[in-house]
Ligand binder design. Structure first.
Ligand code: NAD
Length: 445
């Protein structure tokens, strides 16, 4: 089978490489010429573990190729995936569908054979219908027959390949037999692993993606607020997480407090769902609270650092470990660092920054703070003569720091752990002033 994927970012590229690995003939398309030029040589534009090897292997075996010309590249494809970005629209919080509709218009001009158009981008309910209408109204070949299906993607950056190859489920919104058969065939390798494949109405599939992300965001915000309460009442949030997570109805995952959720999905998707609900006069007040709770958390998390630094951040030099929104990615979109760093600088701090893979991306966001920021290539040297160190992203290399060395590097041994990766007692025994989230035996709660 031959397929094409329009948009070769995190989702398009990972999906393309994985389908190629399943044996499908894949063309990944992108309008970014430089990206495609590099991909043809096996140069990957993003950091995603395992992706480079997978792309190179499939390039060599000629199962994947990269092109900019959409009209040429979709020829002969049974399925054409749309995997372009759907960022938050400036000003109103709705999903910006400009890129999706642009692709629909291009398809109307160039599609000349039956294909199922599969929307993998996260899009509001009703977008599949609109894509169908755009192609139908603008199609150059008036005889053209096609279908539009929804196939939301649930992969997580940092473990995207495994998530794609061994997903908890595949959701396909499509009711017609012809496209269903194509998509069943395409996902056949996953049937062998007994992956549940859920066929639904197109609108239902579109909503499942938003509902899943909003539910996960709710879990995170819930435990963040419980962590705040723990600090007030002297309870331990780690034990609360275990205590509630062992209940099979609740589950253990997504119950770790942190500096607020970020990334390219949760913030924009929760916001977009709230907007959709408002449009349909069916207010989702719970998700609205989650959105606001998370914004407040990201805005205020610098206060944790301030408290640890005797409530005065003026001229304090602080090392920040981790800038990306989560480990194992270089994605900076909506990362908590984008709120924390300006807030610390505004309070008078000077910052030493280090991230294992996200430095190039991060530098694009903090250009205007040249005077206040120094960049480092390693965690320990970034701490040299600092008044405090903050762990912001839980990269593995920050989980087992040599604490003796950390103490030697710092001017004052203050460690603010915004991911609760260290044991408070151990840190206090080492002589650190240690601050974490919702744990009464760390200081400064
Ligand atoms: P991305 O920004 O990394 O990639 C999008 C790509 O589309 C870019 O390379 C861009 O150049 C290309 N593009 C835009 N318009 C184009 C056009 N007209 N023709 C060809 N290429 C075009 O985005 P992403 O993170 O891969 O996200 C894509 C979609 O998948 C979004 O809707 C997102 O919400 C959803 N999603 C993302 C993730 C994730 O972890 N990143 C997970 C699940 C779902």
């Amino acid at each position: 089978m031959k397929i094409s994927i329009i948009g070769s970012g995190y989702v398009g590229l990972v999906s393309g490489a994985c389908f190629a690995e399943f044996g499908v003939d894949v063309t990944c398309i992108d309008k970014d010429k430089n990206k495609i030029k590099n991909l043809k040589k096996g140069i990957i534009p993003i950091y995603e573990p395992g992706l480079e090897d997978l792309v190179k292997k499939n390039l060599k075996e000629k199962r994947i190729n990269f092109e900019t010309n959409l009209a040429e590249s979709i020829k002969g494809s049974s399925a054409v995936f749309i995997a372009v970005g759907t960022p938050e629209r400036r000003g109103d919080g709705h999903a910006d569908l400009t890129f999706v509709y642009e692709v629909a218009k291009e398809l109307a001009k160039s599609l000349n054979h039956y294909a199922v158009i599969v929307n993998k981008s996260t899009v509001p309910i009703g977008t599949g219908k609109k894509v169908y209408e755009i192609i139908e109204e603008n199609k150059k070949n008036k005889e053209l027959k096609f279908d539009v299906a929804s196939n939301p993607e649930f992969l997580r950056e940092g473990s995207a390949i495994n998530d794609f190859m061994r997903p908890d489920r595949v959701v396909i919104g499509c009711e017609e037999e012809r496209p269903k058969k194509i998509l069943e065939e395409l996902y056949r390798p996953l049937y062998l692993l007994e992956t549940p494949i859920l066929f639904t109405k197109r609108e239902t599939a579109e909503l499942i993606k938003y509902a899943a992300n909003s539910f996960l965001a709710t879990k995170i915000s819930f435990i963040n607020e419980i962590a705040d309460l723990c600090e007030k009442v002297g309870a331990n949030v780690s034990d609360v997480s275990i205590g509630i997570g062992l209940d099979g109805r609740i589950g253990k995952k997504f119950l770790h407090p942190g500096p607020g959720y970020g990334g390219s999905c949760f913030p924009k998707d929760t916001q977009a769902l709230v907007k959709t609900a408002q449009d349909y006069n069916s207010k989702l007040s719970l998700v609205e609270h989650v959105v606001n709770s998370n914004k407040k958390r990201k805005k205020n998390i610098y206060k944790k650092v301030k408290l640890a630094c005797s409530n005065d951040l003026r001229k304090k030099r602080i090392s920040i470990l981790g800038l990306t929104f989560k480990p194992n990615t270089d994605d900076m979109r909506d990362s908590p660092s984008l709120e924390l760093i300006p807030a610390l600088i505004k309070s008078g701090s000077l910052l030493n920054l280090y991230d294992p893979e996200g430095m190039n991306e991060a530098k694009k966001y903090f250009k205007k703070y040249k005077k206040q920021i120094k960049w480092f290539d390693d965690a320990y040297t970034s701490m040299k003569s600092c008044d405090a160190v903050v762990i912001l992203t839980e990269w593995n290399q920050f989980r087992a720091l040599n604490l003796k060395k950390v103490k030697e590097m710092l001017k004052t041994p203050i460690l603010v752990d915004l991911r609760n990766i260290y044991n408070p007692k151990e840190l206090l025994d080492y002589g650190f002033k240690y601050s974490s989230l919702g744990r009464p035996d760390s200081l400064f709660v």
